[in-house]
Design a protein around this ligand. Sequence first.
Ligand SMILES: [Zn+2]
Ligand SMILES: [Zn+2]
Length: 261
Amino acid sequence: MGPAVWTVLGAGSILPRAGLGCSGHALRATGGSGVTLFDCGPGTLRALAAAGIGLGEVRRIVISHFHPDHCLDLAAVAFARRNPCFAPGPLELVGPRGLVEWLEGLASALGRWACFEGVAVREAAPGDVLAAGADPTRLSCAATGHTPEALAWRADLGEGGSVVYSGDSGECDALAELAAGADLFVCECSFPEDQAVEAHLTPRGAGRLARRAGCRRLLLTHFYPTLEPAVAVREAGAVFDGAVCAARDGSRHFLCAMPWS
Ligand SMILES: [Zn+2]
Ligand SMILES: [Zn+2]
């Protein structure tokens, strides 16, 4: 049984940039329990195919917040599941409070083609812990303050390790607590230090959170056009002693005691 794998599907922002698409990530746990997506921004479905992951393997989609760069391909997923060439399997949608209403709005705007059927929808509040049947993955979340609903997510895979995904966030205590001791901390760092904006992180902010949390490895993501990933790695590395890496579309990162990928 191989290690769990985190595949980056989109490491950029809503502003077009080659190789850095909108937010989307795929976690394949060990034990054949399928793939969990963390966020589903525009282009996630195409990136999924490029990464060699079938849509039918996706059993759960976890949303951080309702900004379009993080969730707009949910419409594409709903449409794809209705295509006669696709045999939809079980799927669970998980997200912040308001997810049900957001999905209703999608269906209202786009018609029945964007309506999910036979799909479980779960809304989570900060502090909730979610487990799914025989799936060993345990999900927990914390509010990041980026938007009123925004959540960061943690997946504990038992012996398979642990990974925390910030979504979008300011430098907040709740995220540091959620990320405590994580093997892999996938953290946004939208802007350079001299262009910091409220409710987003810079590379040093992400590094400080990783240091406070005692994470083993930091994977930087969500690069806006003014931030070069190599610069971000250097800046975060100035405040965090662990391994630091920049995400790019298609990059894969192994959990547990595997070498840094
Ligand atoms: Zn956002
Ligand atoms: Zn964003």
